[in-house]
Design a protein around this ligand. Structure first.
Ligand SMILES: N[C@@H](CCC(=O)N[C@@H](CS)C(=O)NCC(=O)O)C(=O)O
Length: 309
């Protein structure tokens, strides 16, 4: 996310069956994705995959998108920052509190890279992770994963203090009333702890900005020959990772959190230096080409609101 770091208790959190984030339409039809050929042998496993996420987490989006694109059925449990910590520690068993975590019938896998490894092992070969280009794809994945914290640091550095109401809303979207009340009341303390954990200060924010810019430069150099996809001729986990990790800055219309006009408005000043960069236009295009389902699921009023934003 622009993600938080802290304790979880119960999972009132909205459950989605094969459904991307839809704060406004939680009753997503479970039939959005079906099994495809090649996954038949894992049907029983597939039926019981649960993905624990934060709606706003860019690493969670990377896995959500991979699963969606690969038509692998799963249930999504959106957690509330602070209230995720205990379950994440318990499920992950690595002393880490990060999401996403994929719960399979046999074990839970924490960390998006490890989840991709597990998917390759149990569902491979996947269209987005072709064996022949795996090394290149995973190199790109590493490059973009490495700026995940910088993206969060940069955005929070530029929104704490100026967009707190919006942050509280994002942090409480999937909370129980009790959890939401706690987050609202403890927000100053949570924000302080968060700043410490992510080292959010002007110096680190400037460094984050430089590192993000560097990755955008790299991305634009790759795209200079007019290609659409970073590796090969179709969408792979390289594109998914790059687009998902930059989505908080590119604000693609199809993204359930970062596509919201309100988010883009509250971040406009922070994002301004990069607004027209080809790298971000590419992110928006990849979302448009491959992540359109969410948009078409919205009501026509919601679509109109997004278009006019
Ligand atoms: N390397 C991890 C990074 C995941 C990560 O940093 N997740 C953030 C959300 S974007 C998180 O869960 N932060 C909460 C915490 O650290 O407690 C991955 O690829 O999954």
């Amino acid at each position: 996310m622009i993600c938080a770091a802290f304790v979880h208790i119960n999972l009132k959190d909205v459950h989605y069956d094969n459904c991307r984030s839809r704060r406004t339409q939680p009753e997503c039809p479970a039939s959005l994705h079906r099994h495809t050929h090649g996954h038949d042998m894992k049907t029983s496993t597939a039926n019981s995959l649960t993905l624990y996420t934060f709606a706003m987490s860019h690493y969670s989006e990377k896995i959500r998108w991979t699963l969606d694109h690969s038509h692998i059925p799963y249930r999504e449990v959106r957690m509330t920052p602070v209230f995720h910590i205990l379950p994440a520690l318990r499920m992950g068993r690595r002393g880490q509190t990060t999401l996403p975590i994929l719960q399979t019938p046999k074990r839970s896998i924490q960390d998006s890279t490890r989840i991709l490894d597990w998917l390759i092992e149990h569902y491979g070969p996947l269209d987005v992770l072709p064996k022949t280009q795996l090394t290149q794809i995973r190199d790109v994945e590493r490059r973009f994963d490495a700026i995940g914290k910088d993206v969060a640091r940069f955005l929070y550095a530029n929104s704490f203090g100026s967009a707190d109401a919006h942050i509280i809303r994002l942090w409480t979207d999937y909370a129980t009333p009790g959890q939401a009340a706690f987050i609202r009341r403890a927000y100053p303390l949570i924000r302080w702890a968060f700043k410490r954990k992510l080292s959010i200060n002007p110096k680190r924010a400037a460094l984050a900005q430089a590192r993000i810019t560097e990755v955008m430069d790299w991305l634009e150099a790759q795209l200079a020959d007019g290609r659409t996809y970073l590796v090969g001729t179709h969408l792979t986990a390289a594109d998914i990772t790059a687009a998902a990790l930059l989505a908080p800055i590119a604000c693609p219309a199809q993204h359930p959190v970062y596509g919201e006009p309100l988010f883009a408005q509250s971040m406009a000043a922070a994002i301004a230096p990069w607004r027209h960069r080809a790298a971000l236009q590419w992110v928006r295009r990849i979302y448009e080409l491959h992540r359109g389902q969410f948009f078409s699921d919205l009501s026509s009023d919601q679509q109109a609101a997004k278009r006019s934003a």
